[in-house]
Design a protein around this ligand. Structure first.
Ligand SMILES: NC(=O)c1ccc[n+]([C@@H]2O[C@H](COP(=O)([O-])OP(=O)(O)OC[C@H]3O[C@@H](n4cnc5c(N)ncnc54)[C@H](OP(=O)(O)O)[C@@H]3O)[C@@H](O)[C@H]2O)c1
Length: 306
């Protein structure tokens, strides 16, 4: 029987197990994918602890994960777009991608370009579509100076590059160990913490036009303190702060489409979008992977390799 991540109750990382499960049953419009890589995201950690129960309840036993890249093993009876052996990148909404075999709607997949490494393909959907949302939410373009908090994380590392493609000047807030990476990607690196407001003002003598918050932790007030208009501030995490201040809180949901994923895959294949892979773990080490992620100092993405 294939292996999959499961948990039977809300709790800390130790409730996660990797177990043998029955092979997923395939609906007519689904494709069975043998997963080669499945990215992990902080939101899955939040769901597993139960803090999101009101918004996104779990049913037990629960699987985990949205992101995946892999090889088509079998297709449902009404699927004509894919065949066994096709290499694909995509997602599921069923909390199931952290597994050896996953049933995926045929419309949630794009072809893997061979120039896209498996871990990158498996890391792309959640972080990539969220980064895409960030750029659209703040409406950034040529002439704009945009500050990005959490510039080196999974979402931030992609957001800063998409903002550069849109023509913006980008100031990335990150720890010093990430400054060289940011500079290599055309980003002005600024250390967060005490005195950050003055450091941003020094880095942006003509002012800041837009602000992307990937961290929470008071960054919306910092953005307002910099004089950024609230409709050009976006947070993907501080929903209470957005409600209080009138800032935007646009996440991936508006951009979780196969067209956006295809665009991201093309950028990666062309060498125009670098998806840093901080670490990979075998599926059996799912707990270690989440411990690493929840230190919250990942550069780019952490990926499970079933
Ligand atoms: N709404 C949505 O649709 C949506 C979608 C995806 C994710 N999210 C949420 O967005 C957040 C970011 O996700 P992610 O995958 O990018 O997380 P992540 O990869 O874990 O982010 C880690 C990064 O955060 C940086 N960081 C930590 N503390 C910081 C601080 N005080 N100031 C600035 N940067 C700091 C770290 O930088 P250093 O190592 O340099 O310190 C590290 O690079 C999570 O809370 C996630 O749940 C929301």
């Amino acid at each position: 029987m294939p292996l999959a991540v499961r948990f039977d109750e809300y709790g800390d990382i130790d409730v996660l197990e990797v177990r043998e499960v029955p092979q997923p049953e395939l609906a007519a419009e689904e494709v069975l994918v043998r997963v080669r890589a499945a990215g992990i995201n902080p939101g899955e950690n939040a769901i597993r602890t139960g803090v999101m129960h009101e918004r996104w309840p779990a049913t037990f036993p629960s699987g985990q994960g949205s992101d995946l890249a892999g090889v088509v093993a079998e297709v449902g009876s009404s699927v004509h777009t894919w065949s066994a052996g096709d290499e694909v990148i995509g997602w599921v909404d069923t909390r199931a991608s952290q597994a050896e075999l996953v049933a995926v709607p045929a419309g949630n997949l794009v072809r893997r370009d061979p120039a896209v490494p498996w871990p990158v393909g498996g890391a792309l959907f959640v972080a990539g579509t969220t980064a895409y949302a960030n750029v659209r939410a703040v409406g950034a373009g040529p002439g704009d100076t945009v500050v990005v908090a959490g510039a080196s994380g999974g979402v931030g590392s992609l957001t800063v590059q998409l903002l550069r493609h849109a023509g913006a000047t980008v100031i990335g807030l990150a720890g010093e160990s990430n400054h060289a990476w940011l500079r290599d990607h055309g980003v002005v690196a600024v250390t967060y913490g005490d005195g950050v407001l003055d450091r941003i003002r020094a880095a942006a003598p003509n002012g800041v036009d837009a602000f992307v918050d990937n961290v929470g932790d008071g960054y919306l007030d910092l953005a307002l303190g910099l004089g950024v208009a609230k409709d050009r501030i976006n947070t993907i995490i501080d929903f209470a702060g957005a409600a209080r201040t009138g800032a935007k809180a646009e996440g991936m949901s508006g951009y979780a489409t196969v067209d956006v994923l295809e665009e991201l895959v093309k950028l990666v294949a062309a060498g125009d979008l670098d998806v840093p892979i901080a670490a990979t773990y075998p599926l059996a080490e799912v707990r270690a992977a989440y411990r690493d992620l929840m230190n919250r100092h990942t550069r780019g993405k952490i990926v499970l390799l079933p």
